[in-house]
Design a protein around this ligand. Sequence first.
Ligand code: HMG
Ligand code: MG
Length: 298
Amino acid sequence: MSLPKQVRIVEVGPRDGLQNEKQATPTSAKIQLIENLVDAGLNYIEAGSFVNPKWVPQMADSGEVFSGVARKAGVTYAALTPNLQGYERAIAVGANEVAIFAAASEAFSQKNINCSISESIKRFEALIAAAKQQQIPVRGYISCVLGCPYSGAVDAEMVANIASELFAMGCYEISLGDTIGVGTAGKTKQLIETVARVIPISKIAAHMHDTYGQALANIYAALEMGISVIDSSVAGLGGCPYAVGATGNVATEDVVYLLNGLGIEHGIDLEKLIYAGNTISNILGKPTNSRVARAMSK
Ligand code: HMG
Ligand code: MG
């Protein structure tokens, strides 16, 4: 299959990145980050999550973040929501879209959201019904698609079944999350081939963490399979609570550089993106995890 002409980037740094940073990020810095990302041309930002704040204190101020950001027309400010309570909190502060998440591994589901995979999917029914009524698009994540920190290998058929179920329930897109970054290019291709048998390839997104340094290779493999939606996190923000010293999501700057080299359109200004990433890294007092940002900031 040939590479896509255009790719849509889903920026998850303010949520997936900052939820995993050890120290709390000031609310004003989160707001500034989101505005800088929009200024760089990103038009889809996962700006926060409305989960139980006892579990993820880093996201406890998501309401203030959504209320404080200067909105730009045409930009989607999305929220991660685990249940109806989270959905209602997100909608109250003007989230344009929500994302739900299920795991492809039972052990991970129990640890992450305290229930089985099928219970978690059942729990989303009320949320999806409310979203349909209010015409709020719902995105679906599946985590641990290429491996689980507790139970190891994950069956691609299992991922395809969950993808098909979430899609049938009303998720408009399914993002395949390599939560612990263990996937390799061959496994990524095999997974996408299996999932694309049950939902259209245009409805599948790739969400790669870079723990093992494989994220860009996996993304290239995904592009070759026809994937045209990529999740990434500016400055590679985030870590992984399950692996000491692990990095977060693939850096948006590095994905943009890859796409530039392939002549794939994305609508993002790399210099402004690097500015956004370096600014938040400075505030967090740590070096950026983007190799491209490091190389271009010298
Ligand atoms: P729970 O604590 O297991 O149990 O929450 P509960 O549902 O019985 O709720 C207990 C308490 O939580 C109650 O408060 C609720 O009101 C409160 P209390 O009476 O004790 O004071 N509560 C909430 N408060 C605020 N907002 C809410 C909410 N819901 C309940 N929405 C729950 C279950 C799912 C909420 C919990 O397990 C949770 O919040 N988990 C968060 C997990 C999380 O955020 N994980 C990270 C995101 S997933 C991810 O990063 C992967 C991804 O990036 C893809 C990839 O990389 O693969 C998406
Ligand atoms: Mg993630």
